[in-house]
Design a protein around this ligand. Structure first.
Ligand code: ADP
Ligand code: MG
Length: 266
């Protein structure tokens, strides 16, 4: 079965889309089968994957708002992962979903049919805790939260954690915080180390050891429709996301073997 991650933080500009595109490419480099779902009407993950959002035949809108099978909206990218793209049409789904039965579990239902085809499904969320993000959280096993180590970042986190707790109670008891990722990281900034320390105290193991540095290559790559790994594979940004994919897959492998019965694990 696929591991499904929602990459969420209601704050804009914290590196959600950058994380989705570069993590997808890095998991592919680790020989994993990956689907990236763009659930943001801005369509940045779509464009950043080299797919023109103005020329989509079908998109995540059709999957959520009509009963289009997920497979029909999925396209292959040049980077080796599959993509369910999005564009401005998706803003209509935000409103249309409110009228529908099972409105928060439309994505979960759609993904059931393709569960076995991917090792990882990564969902790029919009910068708000709206019905699109709720759909991602209901479908996911884990939430990956990218954040910048700034003072107000911690304040914003509590609203997200409240939402996650509500969804765990009401709709998706399996949902976990997969990990907290420090993005645009600058260790020379003293506030960064203070915030980092607080995160480590609060989240413990769930704070990824890998930090993503501020790196201009990560900001340039989307305008070429490529992950940094293809745009400049020696860049610090590309290497950091490869390290994140490694940390993530090692964690999952360790959890899987510790969940197995002892007789099987030895
Ligand atoms: P979000 O999806 O959370 O709104 P983005 O991933 O779009 O955030 O990032 C916001 C902006 O910051 C984009 O212009 C992106 O290219 C840039 N960016 C993201 N991560 C980094 C980084 N580590 N170093 C430099 N620029 C970055
Ligand atoms: Mg984004």
């Amino acid at each position: 079965m696929s591991k499904i991650f929602a990459v969420a933080n209601q704050k804009g500009g914290v590196g959600k889309t950058t994380t989705c595109v570069n993590l997808a490419a890095s998991l592919v480099a680790n020989k994993r089968r990956v689907l990236l779902i763009d659930l943001d009407p801005q369509g940045n993950a779509t464009m950043g994957s080299g797919v023109d959002k103005s020329e989509l035949q079908l998109s995540s809108y059709d999957v959520l708002a009509t009963d289009l099978p997920a497979r029909k909206a999925i396209v292959a990218t040049q980077s080796g992962y599959d993509l369910m793209p999005a564009n401005g049409d998706l803003s209509a789904a935000e409103v249309e979903l409110l009228e529908m039965d099972g409105r928060e579990s439309r994505l979960r239902r759609a993904l059931r049919e393709i569960g076995g085809e991917y090792d990882y499904i990564v969902v790029d969320c919009p910068p708000s805790l709206n019905m699109l993000t709720v759909n991602a959280l209901c479908a996911a096993h884990g939430v990956l939260i990218p954040m910048q180590c700034e003072y107000y970042a911690l304040e914003g986190l509590s609203a997200l954690i409240d939402t996650i707790t509500q969804i765990q109670r009401a709709a998706n008891p399996e949902l976990k915080i997969e990990g907290i990722l420090r993005t645009m990281y600058d260790p020379r900034n003293s506030l960064t180390s203070d915030v980092s320390e607080q995160l480590s105290e609060y989240f413990g193991e769930r704070l990824y050891r890998t930090c993503i540095p501020r790196n201009v290559r990560l900001a340039e790559a989307p305008s070429f429709g490529k992950p940094a790994l293809e745009y400049d594979r020696h860049s610090k940004g590309a290497i950091a996301y490869l390290a994140l994919a490694g940390e993530m897959t090692r964690r999952h492998a360790a959890n899987q073997s510790s969940n197995r019965p002892v007789a099987e694990a030895v």
